[in-house]
Design a protein around this ligand. Structure first.
Ligand code: PMP
Length: 315
């Protein structure tokens, strides 16, 4: 991975190499941080980079911080503007991934949340596919259960909580699968390691409701809106049984990093006919067209980065 040239770090844009933390940093030791994963898409026709749903991502980022009792000194709009400044400084002309991070940065010992100082950083770097399985992914239902709202809230993108995803992904990959779907503590479908799950069954598009141990995904929200408005499909957010997954006509993953990835097999069983489904294909096309700023109706989701600043003042 090519490292970025700059980082936004505690209010300033600095050379990436200068944005460093010490070994005793609280978040590094105890996982007391939260993050976001945002994408910016390059639009060739307009020679423009568009950040997809930047404000929505930063709003969720601030909510994750609130769950950790962190009081961040920025509004969502201020974070968007700082990100735009960072992307202008980097001058990327290709698809990028953006990683905002808020973490307790004191170098001290003691598990707690209060009386500590949050730091905020944002970095951006060129990034292609997170999961190179456009033709369909083979998933397993993990033996690891999804973290629970009463354990580590999956509603927040809490850094320490990603151990749960890492354990599930690790075992899935070692066993030859592309990714894992986790069940919640009751045995109901929650989500995959870094994405939400959708099923098509009997003409309905189904996804677990937000109280079933899932992250309130921005892609999830986007898919629901596009499916209702553009495809006229009945979208139902409800608790989903494991066996409904096995009987689905189509299934797909939805997340910022992976985009829309068809699930064509689960634990060696084909989903539907084992090929990318029609609705999955339509949702994927719509999603990427919207994200690249190609659908005028959804243009408000896309924040243009504007022209690169030739000389950037580095603090
Ligand atoms: N669930 C989990 C656990 C995730 O890490 C992600 C990625 N942020 C998602 C769902 C999808 O969320 P979004 O569409 O906002 O990227």
């Amino acid at each position: 991975m090519v490292l970025p040239k700059f980082a936004f770090f505690d209010g300033r844009i600095v050379p990436y190499g200068e944005a460093k933390v010490g070994l005793l940093t609280h978040a590094l030791n105890y996982g007391t941080g939260c993050f976001a994963g945002v994408r910016a898409f390059w639009n060739d026709d307009e020679e423009q980079l568009f950040i997809f749903r930047a404000r929505d991502h930063f709003q969720r980022f601030l909510e994750s911080a609130r769950l950790l009792a962190m009081d961040l000194p920025y509004s969502a709009d201020e974070l968007v503007e700082n990100l735009v400044a960072l992307l202008r400084a980097e001058g990327y002309r290709e698809d990028c991934y953006i990683r905002p991070l808020a973490f307790l940065s004191d170098e001290t010992i003691g598990v707690r949340l209060q009386g500590l100082t949050p730091s905020v950083s944002i970095v951006a770097f060129p990034f292609g596919k997170y999961l190179d399985r456009d033709e369909g992914a083979h998933l397993t239902v993990s033996s690891w259960r999804r973290i629970d709202d009463a354990v580590i809230p999956p509603r927040g993108k809490v850094t320490g909580g990603y151990i749960n995803s890492a354990l599930a992904k690790n075992d899935a990959q070692k066993a030859g699968f592309d990714d894992a779907i986790l069940l919640d503590s009751r045995g109901k479908v929650s989500e995959a390691t870094v994405s939400n799950v959708f099923l098509v069954r009997k003409g309905q598009l189904l996804t677990p409701q937000v109280t079933d141990g899932v992250l309130e995904g921005i892609t999830r929200r986007t898919v629901i809106e596009l499916a209702k408005r553009e495809l006229g499909i009945d979208v139902v957010e409800r608790t989903i049984d494991r066996t409904e997954l096995l009987l689905a006509d189509e299934a797909f993953l939805a997340g910022t990093g992976i985009g829309i990835v068809p699930i064509t097999r689960v634990d060696h069983r084909p989903i539907g006919n084992g090929q990318t489904g029609e609705i999955t294909g339509s949702v994927r096309r719509l999603y990427f067209d919207a994200a690249r700023g190609k659908l005028p109706v959804y243009r408000s989701w896309c924040r243009p980065v504007g022209t690169a600043i030739k000389r950037i003042e580095v603090a």
